[in-house]
Design a protein around this ligand. Structure first.
Ligand code: ATP
Ligand code: FE
Length: 356
């Protein structure tokens, strides 16, 4: 099965071609990602209208490039997968329209994909991980523990009750005058700092369950920053690296401790090859990866983290999630709708602040 995937739910326009032949490792034939960071730089965040227009302009060229690099014509594919939500609605609509146009023109089947399923199924693209596995999905807009039981079956064990860690990294970068996206910038500064100088809060660790909170951390950081600025008339380099290191250590600690609890719940299912996999942009963070790996070693569970380019938004994960649906006989038609909200666990209660 060979699918084209399209992704345009946030600020990256992406197209990819992925092929899977039974009993073999899936193959990413091409994966094109066109970012928009420069476009939004003056506004301190993603501007939905600008994002939607940029997606509409760039999708065609990304598709052309993805096909070219894969060395395939549209007619040689088996279908077209597209992110149908959740995300910024203008961008999602642009992607769905583009995919419908391609499907109508070529007669190929159309497959709508949940962006979060794209992230959550990435370990199957990279490692053919067997169900059920525990997934920590940690990105710019989400943070949740899921037990992945099937391509369309996820149960949520808990998640953030306020900000997502990616958002917290981005806000921290902004508060400290670093470039966006904040994750990589804060990580680079943290590498030079002392994670123990500031003791930032680790919220909800005293409470049972897998829920997390990151907004208090941001407030604590702001308070420290203001104190230091008042004391020294500006933020000194040494203070900034220590603030970054302290912030990152707090996020890593919370994720590690809550992972330990989520694992305990997951292990009651007695999986044949117990696995914790991470996905989403924040999974690119090396300190966080190391903290999770330590937990897994202690619990004798396999730890999987995708290559960095497959952590942040990309279309290979969308093509792959499409292949999983396609193989299960699922198809969409021209009535496919873009959805701004679309929880992965349909049975979960209304989620507090864990969606965009
Ligand atoms: P969602 O998937 O929830 O809709 P999104 O698609 O915007 O959100 P991703 O592209 O998966 O999110 O991830 C982007 C986020 O990951 C940003 O907030 C960014 O700061 C963060 N991030 C990227 N690299 C790192 C890193 N090395 N350390 C920490 N955070 C990182
Ligand atoms: Fe994402």
């Amino acid at each position: 099965i060979t699918l084209l995937g399209l992704e345009s739910s946030c600020d990256d326009t992406a197209a990819a071609v992925v092929r899977h032949t039974a009993d073999q490792m899936p193959e990413i034939l091409s994966s094109i990602v066109a970012g928009q960071t420069g476009l939004h730089a003056d506004f301190g965040g993603v501007v939905p209208e600008i994002a939607a227009r940029a997606h509409a302009e760039k999708l065609d060229i990304c598709v052309e490039e993805a096909l070219l690099r894969a060395g395939l014509r549209l007619g040689e594919l088996d279908g077209i997968a597209v992110t149908a939500g959740p995300g910024l609605i203008g961008g999602v609509v642009a992607g769905v329209m583009c995919a419908k146009g391609l499907a109508a023109g070529s007669g190929l089947p159309l497959i709508g994909v949940n962006h979060l399923a794209g992230h959550a199924l990435t370990p199957r693209l990279t490692d053919q991980t067997a169900f059920p596995y525990l997934m920590l999905l940690v990105s710019g807009g989400h943070c949740q523990f899921l037990i992945a039981k099937g391509p369309d079956e996820f149960s949520r064990l808990g998640g953030t009750i306020d900000d997502a860690p990616g958002e917290a990294f981005d806000k921290t970068a902004k508060l400290l005058g670093l470039l966006q996206p904040g994750g990589p910038a804060v990580e680079a500064e943290a590498r030079k700092g002392d994670p123990k100088r500031f003791n930032f809060p680790r919220p909800l660790l005293d409470r049972p369950g897998c829920d997390m909170s990151f907004s208090g951390l941001k407030t604590a950081l702001l308070r420290e920053r203001d104190r230091l600025v008042a004391e020294h008339g500006g933020l000194r380099r040494a203070d900034r690296v220590d603030l970054c290191a302290g912030f990152q250590a707090a996020v890593a600690d919370v994720l590690a401790e809550k992972s330990r609890r989520a694992l305990a719940e997951y292990l009651t299912l007695a999986p044949a090859t117990p696995t914790l996999a991470v996905a989403g942009g924040v999974a690119a963070n090396m300190t966080i990866r190391a903290a999770l790996e330590t937990v897994c070693e202690r619990e004798k569970v396999t730890f999987l983290a995708p290559p960095l380019a497959l952590c942040t938004d990309n279309a290979a994960m969308i093509a792959w999630a499409g292949i999983e649906r396609f193989r299960a006989g699922q198809r969409d038609d021209m009535t496919l709708q873009a959805r701004p909200r679309w929880p992965l666990d349909q049975h979960a209660p209304a989620m507090l602040g864990s969606g965009k």
